[in-house]
Design a protein. Sequence first.
Length: 250
Amino acid sequence: MPEIALRAGALEKRFGGLRAVSEVSLDVRIGEIHAVIGPNGAGKSTLINLLSGDLPVTSGTITIGDHDVTRLGPDRRGLAGVGRSYQKTTIFPQSTVFENVRLAAQARSQKPLRMFTHALADDSVNLHARGALQKVGLEHRADAVAGFMSHGEQRQLEIAMVLATDPVIILLDEPLAGMGQSEALGVIQVIRSLKDGRAVLLVEHDMDAVFALADRLTVMADGRVIGSGAPEEVRNDPAVRAAYLGHGDH
């Protein structure tokens, strides 16, 4: 069996009397894309925020490898190997593509900051940044101003910034939102390549993309897991079809 990168055990998140996530458990493995799907209000975004540390859990546990990160915030989880993208693109629009990725790589670097040393002189950080750009197919756009790129390219840039932090697991929250078909195809190719040597957890509404990408699916409804397994197994699960897929969302 592939190595488990992230394990969530009996996660629960309550907002007052509302249980947004209830008893959710899942494993995300190295070399796999694990997609979480479900109707609006199913708890998918809350789940990804719990896994990234953007929201504290009410109860349950989260481990990265052998390390319990349940009580760590997003910065320390990043150092533990968690990288994520958000529904809204988070880049520095006035900076070049390369500068965006270099800043991400520099944040992950364990080297102490040294006075009077220009950041661009750090060859290892620069090399890491260029490698991340090459991985997403943006090396030829390194000098472009990020804010003037297409939406699809900005998504690729954001993924490159995540890659530059050298994550064990990448959390992608609706990476195809707002894209046309041609742009989406390019980003799908990038996402497919991400599982090489790491784990990917994907939240996405585009069912064609989900079934094209996912090695494993978890289906949520009303904050709970109602099905999990291989894509075809989940697609044919009567409970899943009744709650979600059977409603014409596929």
